[in-house]
Write a protein that binds this ligand. Structure first.
Ligand SMILES: [Zn+2]
Length: 290
């Protein structure tokens, strides 16, 4: 029996539900190198083997069902080798349990529906891969814009404008889920992997410059925006590729920035009183410029 291919739609669903993490060890499966090259180091592992003789093979399961999302679990290469070489230790029940526990954890990490979400006037920064992943987990669909279909600079400009309008529309009309960041929020190791929403607040900006090596800049706490809370600092990494317009670029370089946004916390250093986050989007609330 030949193996059925996993559809791209199903792969995106699995990545989204998994938050891009291995369902067993929670290692991030998406890497970005110094040259802005990305790598996917995870596998869609089969719970019942794809073939008739593989690990946990079950000939009663149809070829279609074997390639279905119900039979797949996102794993890193290490965990994938382990579960396929030790199928008795990693039975189908055990794998389903790992997956359920992980999906629940990802959902909980997204937080609660943002109450009284302000209306966005425009966006200064959209980290498209991160927003896409968040959108998949939240079952939000972002209308596709086909930049590669543009046949002129004017087309390209219009498509880019449409893309930004689509994101603003999604943010203003969909229910978004995140924990709310307020002045009283305390730093906590459990923040890691969670999403946080901050209403409009003043952030300081530091050395945001698209001519620099972004990874080296981040190592030196540059190309960031930051805000102090009672006793700790939220450092947000800014990748200039995702700054939306020249005007936005000027405000992000200006020293201070009044902004609201949605952030993913990447790590927390309790000794230094610092949380490092990646913004999914930054933007100005409607009414601010009236
Ligand atoms: Zn793993």
């Amino acid at each position: 029996m030949t193996r059925k291919r996993i559809s791209e739609k199903d792969r995106r669903y699995i990545i989204g539900r998994s938050g891009g993490l291995c369902n067993i060890c929670r290692q991030s499966l998406f890497l970005e190198g110094d040259f802005h090259e990305t790598a996917r180091i995870g596998d869609d592992a089969h719970i019942f083997a794809a073939s008739d003789k593989g690990p946990r093979a079950n000939n009663c399961v149809s070829r279609d069902s074997r390639a279905h999302i119900g039979n797949l679990i996102l794993l890193c290469k290490n965990c994938h080798s382990k579960v396929d070489q030790q199928p008795k230790e990693y039975s189908e029940d055990k794998l389903l349990e790992y997956r359920d526990r992980h999906y629940t954890w990802v959902e909980e990490s997204l937080g609660k529906k943002i109450a009284k979400k302000p209306i966005f006037h425009y966006l200064t920064y959209i980290n498209i891969p991160r927003v896409d992943m968040y959108a998949v987990v939240n079952s939000i669909s972002i209308p596709a814009t086909n930049l590669s279909n543009a046949r002129s600079i004017r087309d390209l400009g219009m498509q880019a404008g449409l893309l930004m309008a689509n994101y603003v529309n999604v943010l203003n009309h969909e229910d978004l889920y995140a924990n709310t960041l307020v002045n009283e929020t305390k730093i906590d190791a459990r923040m890691v992997g969670s999403y946080f929403f901050s209403e409009s607040a003043t952030f300081r900006t530091k050395n945001i410059d698209d001519t620099k090596d972004i990874v080296k800049a981040w190592e030196k706490s540059e190309s960031i925006i930051y805000r102090n809370f009672g006793g700790w600092r939220l450092n947000c990494l800014i990748d200039p590729r995702w700054i939306t317009t020249q005007t936005a670029y000027v405000s992000l370089r200006s020293g201070t920035l009044q902004t609201m946004g949605l952030f993913h916390v990447n790590h927390v250093n309790l000794d230094r009183g610092e949380a490092v986050a990646s913004p999914l989007f930054l933007g100005a609330a409607d009414g601010l410029f009236l």
